[in-house]
Design a protein around this ligand. Structure first.
Ligand code: IPM
Ligand code: MG
Length: 365
């Protein structure tokens, strides 16, 4: 089969890790007889430098006419001026909004080979296999008013936490749908003891839960969830949270897997509908880590989170399940053979550079 993929490397280590994911995707194409037509687009700080905007029109056109988007990371100190009119991060936020990507799926798995790379005790990590489903197009990130201004009594800033019933309903429903194919437990995270939006969230989660009697629903306050995620992570199956809480909890959860560099993510406008290939909404796949400017250009970034994101792209956007599994197995194989990038080398193994890790995983397809 033939597919078109928009590839957006971005800034910092983005191009390095994306290069390896594309390498592995090409290996998948050769082994399974597919043609992946990739086209690169600019996004983030490099796009600001060249076009004055983090999401140029050409990139908008590219991502609206493709089977899926593979994205690296954006940002860096060069564009960090708090008073700048636009930031690299605005590029990714604009893409999420433009494609209506309200559901961000972040699977957290602990690879047995990396169990000693995490600062958390091995006995606590056994059996960790959860999905954190983060709401991605609402809440503090997008709601208005959102601005800063000067007053006679000093500077002020405002962000708004706002959610509609529809926004909560669709993300919570997505969580239940995912749980039905898994261990049938949904943990809904909120701050219902303080926030109005939290109480609305809890109410709607309970209502939606009535449509899924087989699924156990539990409500946890976000502060308690942050603690339980480290104390008893194996308990969780599908965690669903609003945008900001999900952002924070997923960075925390990445510690369980040994490194931020390991975790993939998929951002989608709902779960793909079976058997409707071609009409499917466009989804975006990216590692959960950022552009890591401190290590950019050294060839030491971990490409696995991006490679696993590409596997999710194969599974969800292209319905190439066998191919996705081949990528995931090859990653496991590389880890089992002891190959490590520096971020996961805490327990020894053979330290390899970014391109070598890509070669090894591509070679295992
Ligand atoms: C993430 C990142 C982004 C976010 C930034 C880069 C805007 O932290 O994808 O988790 O906050 O959503
Ligand atoms: Mg984040």
């Amino acid at each position: 089969m033939k597919f078109s993929i928009a590839v957006l490397p971005g800034d910092g280590i983005g191009p390095e890790v994306i290069g390896e994911a594309v390498k592995v995707m090409e290996a998948v194409g050769r082994r399974f007889g597919h043609q992946f037509d990739t086209e690169e687009g600019r996004v983030g700080g490099n796009a600001i430098d060249e076009f004055g905007t983090p999401l140029p029109e050409a990139t908008e056109a590219l991502i609206s006419d493709t089977d899926a988007v593979l994205f690296g990371a954006v940002g860096g100190p060069k564009w960090d001026d708090p008073r700048a009119p636009t930031r690299p991060e605005d590029g990714i936020l604009a893409m999420r909004k433009m494609l209506g990507l309200y559901g961000n799926v972040r699977p957290v798995k602990v690879y047995p080979q990396l169990i000693n790379s995490s600062p958390v005790k091995p006995e606590i990590l056994k059996g960790v296999d959860m999905i954190i489903l983060r709401e991605l197009t609402g809440g503090l990130y997008f709601a208005k008013p959102k601005r800063r201004w000067d007053t006679s009594r000093g500077r002020r800033g405002v962000d708004t936490l706002k959610y509609t019933e529809q926004e909560i309903e669709r993300i919570v429903r997505m969580a239940f749908e995912m749980a039905m194919g898994r261990r049938k437990r949904v943990t809904s995270v909120d701050k219902a003891n303080v926030l109005e939006t939290g109480r609305l969230w809890r109410e709607i989660a309970t209502e939606v839960g009535q449509d899924y009697p087989e699924v156990e629903l539990e409500h946890v306050l976000v502060d308690a969830a942050a603690m339980q995620l480290i104390k008893n992570p194996a308990h969780y199956d599908v965690i669903v949270a609003e945008n900001t809480f999900g952002d924070i909890l997923t960075d925390e959860a990445s510690v369980l897997s040994g490194s931020m560099g390991m975790l993939p993510s998929a951002s989608m406008a709902g779960l793909p509908k079976k058997g409707r290939r071609g009409k499917r909404a466009i989804s975006l796949y990216e590692p959960i880590h950022g552009s890591a400017p401190d290590i950019a250009g050294q060839g030491i970034a971990n490409p696995i989170g991006t490679i696993l994101s590409m596997a999710m792209l194969l599974r969800y956007s292209l319905t190439l399940e066998e191919e996705a599994v081949a990528v995931e197995r090859s990653v496991e194989g590389a880890l089992a053979e002891g190959y490590r990038t520096p971020d996961i080398a805490g327990d020894g193994g053979e330290v390899v550079k970014t391109p070598e890790m890509g070669d090894i995983i591509a070679g295992g397809i």
